[in-house]
Write a new protein. Structure first.
Length: 316
């Protein structure tokens, strides 16, 4: 099967240099194998996703010099299909309705007989209701849907971390796959959309390595083949803290608006990632220098004066 990767920004705020590095590497890794790159805008979080952020994400990616195959996919366009699968999982007893509030969960976790638990859900509503409708009518609450996570370890393979052992039931418990307001969770949506788009490899930051556990058990339950996972070191600020969308000075749009040449950013990202190139380059021009085995294993730190380092220049 031909390689198929995806760029999957969340349109909930400005993209930053960390996103730029991950998306650049994802694009290069697929194109280095003559693969395809798809664009998916993960806008299911209706409380934070905005239409203007969708347009900004696309503009940022184009400014960086990235392109994609086919039309962008808005994750929200599949919201009903995604939710129907969550409901089907309840009917198959792979998931169940849960009416616990956050306070209920906190109180259960802090009970004397559970001194070592942190945020793991204790399974209070497991086997409590016969259906979603029963949970709603019995309690007057709109339930969360939780996946009945199987007990035991899961072996996953990452192209950088190698073979790792995860235990999603111990680490997460029965994790949510849909919220009370009908939004499918990140874990289930990612698994279903990657399958829908026939994605074969997923390159993302290594802060999401632990997400492989819940996603792997969902893939097994749904009969979905796992993609190749590639988790790259994070991009940090000059204090060694992970970047956030509130880091406006390190946003792609701030660099663009300051007149920075996007090719200089590509050059800097490649060099700091362990794959130096001779001069300012587009992603396509940087492609011959790309090799995953050369990737710097340490987190990339962005200096506070990154705009001064990159300077200004023509983006032609």
């Amino acid at each position: 099967m031909a390689t198929k990767a995806r760029l999957a920004p969340s349109p909930t705020g400005p993209l930053h240099i960390g996103h730029a590095r991950s998306f650049l590497l994802a694009w290069l890794n697929s194109k280095s194998k003559d693969g395809e790159v798809l664009l998916r805008l993960e806008d299911l979080d209706t409380s934070r996703a905005r239409a203007e952020h969708v347009a900004d994400c696309i503009e940022d990616l184009k400014w960086l010099g990235l392109d994609w195959d086919g039309d962008p996919l808005l994750q929200s366009s599949r919201a009903e299909d995604l939710m129907s699968i969550a409901v089907e999982m309840v009917s198959r007893r792979e998931a169940y309705p849960c009416v616990c509030t956050r306070k209920d969960v906190r109180e259960a976790i802090s009970a004397p007989h559970m001194p070592n638990q942190t945020s793991r859900y204790p399974g209070t509503c497991r086997d409590r209701f016969s259906s979603i409708e029963a949970a709603r009518s019995d309690t007057g609450r709109q339930p969360t849907i939780r996946y009945h996570c199987p007990v035991g370890e899961v072996q996953v393979t990452d192209a950088i971390a190698g073979e790792i052992t995860l235990n999603p039931e111990r680490e997460f418990g029965d994790f949510p796959i849909a919220s009370p307001d009908g939004q499918v969770s990140y874990h289930l949506a990612v698994v279903l959309d990657d399958h829908h788009q026939e994605v074969t490899e997923v390159l993302r930051g290594d802060d999401l390595l632990g997400s492989c556990g819940p996603q792997a058990v969902l893939q097994s339950a749904l009969g979905i083949q796992r993609p190749e996972w590639i988790h790259v070191p994070l991009v940090l600020d000059d204090r060694g803290e992970r970047l956030a969308k509130r880091s406006d000075s390190l946003s792609i749009s701030s660099l663009r608006e300051a007149g920075v040449d996007s090719r200089r950013l590509v050059q800097w990202l490649m060099s700091e990632s362990g794959m130096p190139i001779t001069g300012p380059s587009t992603p396509l021009e940087a492609l011959p220098a790309y090799k995953l085995s050369l990737l710097n294993p340490e987190p990339l730190r962005v200096p506070a004066d990154i705009q001064a380092i990159l300077g200004k220049g023509s983006t032609a």
